[in-house]
Design a protein around this ligand. Structure first.
Ligand SMILES: C[S@@+](CC[C@H](N)C(=O)[O-])C[C@H]1O[C@@H](n2cnc3c(N)ncnc32)[C@H](O)[C@@H]1O
Length: 288
């Protein structure tokens, strides 16, 4: 396990993922009944953008750095409000260059009655994660394999909530592992919301993933993808996306406003672009 999220925290892929996660949590809060957020690949939860790791890549400057410097039209500031409030609150509480990971976004936005499970396999990162959230009794931190946890911890006793699966894609079979972990979890809890993160590096790989999901017989799958540049043979990270299973009502419409704006702000070169479409349900697009 070589991947450390500290090198990438706040980059363009984090912005898209975290803004969508925040919107999904806000939608869950529309009902008074409690829910649970299960984050299977949680990282350490809070990142110092002035750390040696973050400085080395400087990736956050083309991610959250660009968003906080941009002028936000009113409909965009409304859609980004939960995410940016969390970013701002953490900076005010800690210090300027601190950025929230997915666990902190969940912690900040959830209510007293909601619960969280954060899973991390890397022993050092799991230890930091546990330290970072020890003060909040609503959050349970587990040092475990997130793919196993996805199945083991659903359905949560609240019977409402979301599972975010956000692997590092270090291993060649990581798309397959994510797919099978998700399908196993979905069979146990078909009404849960699931957010499956994927990188856009290689078109064939992404396509295979989309086709297998589209053919899994799952009624509602929304794809939200943003590419900041063209996919090349060298295979660097050209974009990223989330497959959102059982998305909140209205999310697709909101993302069709948000993603074009993010596309304009985060683009890095030719070949940039975005998609928000249904792999299954509503008016599903063809994956062929
Ligand atoms: C992309 S990072 C997570 C970032 C985090 N979700 C966020 O948005 O702030 C992926 C994390 O998964 C961890 N990881 C890798 N393999 C894992 C596994 N099998 N189970 C759980 N965690 C794993 C890595 O150590 C890394 O911290």
């Amino acid at each position: 396990m070589n991947y450390r999220h500290a090198y990438h925290a706040g980059n363009f892929a984090d912005v898209i993922k975290h803004a969508i996660l925040a919107l999904c949590i806000e939608h869950l809060k529309a009902k008074a009944t409690p829910f649970r957020v299960i984050d299977t690949h949680a990282g350490i939860g809070v990142y110092d953008l002035q750390s040696e790791a973050a400085q080395k890549t400087g990736e956050w400057q083309d991610g959250i750095g660009r968003v906080v410097d941009a002028v936000l039209p009113s409909e965009i500031s409304e859609l980004l409000l939960p995410y940016l409030q969390c970013v701002e609150a953490l900076k005010a509480f800690k210090r300027r260059h601190v950025y929230p990971g997915s666990p902190e976004i969940a912690r900040y936005l959830t209510r007293a009655e909601d619960r969280m499970i954060f899973v991390e396999k890397h022993p050092q990162d799991a230890k930091k994660l546990a330290e970072n959230f020890a003060f909040d009794g609503r959050a349970k931190v587990l040092e475990l394999d997130g793919y196993l946890a996805a199945k083991a911890y659903v359905p949560p006793k609240e019977r409402r909530g979301l599972v975010i699966i956000d692997p590092p894609y270090e291993e060649r079979d990581e798309f397959e592992r994510l797919y099978y972990a998700f399908v196993d979890a979905y069979r146990k809890w078909p009404t849960g919301m699931y957010l499956l993160w994927y990188p856009v590096k290689n078109r064939d790989e992404t396509k295979r993933f989309m086709v297998s999901l589209a053919e899994a017989g799952i009624p509602k799958i929304l794809r939200a993808e943003l590419r900041v540049k063209a996919v090349t043979e060298q295979g660097g990270l050209a974009g990223s996306g989330l497959m959102i299973i059982n998305p909140p009502w209205k999310l697709a419409d909101e993302l069709r406003v948000l993603l074009p704006w993010l596309d304009g702000v985060l683009k890095q070169g030719e070949g940039h672009g975005w998609n928000v479409d249904w792999l299954a349900g509503e008016a599903a697009v063809s994956t062929s």
